[in-house]
Design a protein around this ligand. Sequence first.
Ligand SMILES: [Zn+2]
Length: 129
Amino acid sequence: MMELILIVILFKKLKAISDKKNQSKWFPWLLPLLWFAGEFITPFIVVFVYAILGNPIANTLLLYGYALVGAALGAVIAFRIVHSLPTKSLTCPKCGWEFTKFSRLGVECKVCNTQLKVVDGKVSLLNNA
Ligand SMILES: [Zn+2]
């Protein structure tokens, strides 16, 4: 339960970063994806490595600890990826004016003065709703 709350909080943080860069709404999903991938794969790797070293792991609590380390690594990688994304510029569909910043209400094109709105990284004319 604690884990799910943490995932939701981190997901929202990652979404805020991704949205600010006008990136796809799918990028924040890297967080739960890499979290669970790290959580499930890491214990197998650890068991494998311990077995190779001729030292079988018996402590399940220790394995759970490794799983959480894997989850945390997954989260770090997800944040790294989204942090490294460039800010995508958006363009006015009428004249091609490029912009990166807009408010929740939309933006006015500085070239042709058209009222534009941005939904999920896509630009459309406000009056054509
Ligand atoms: Zn324009």
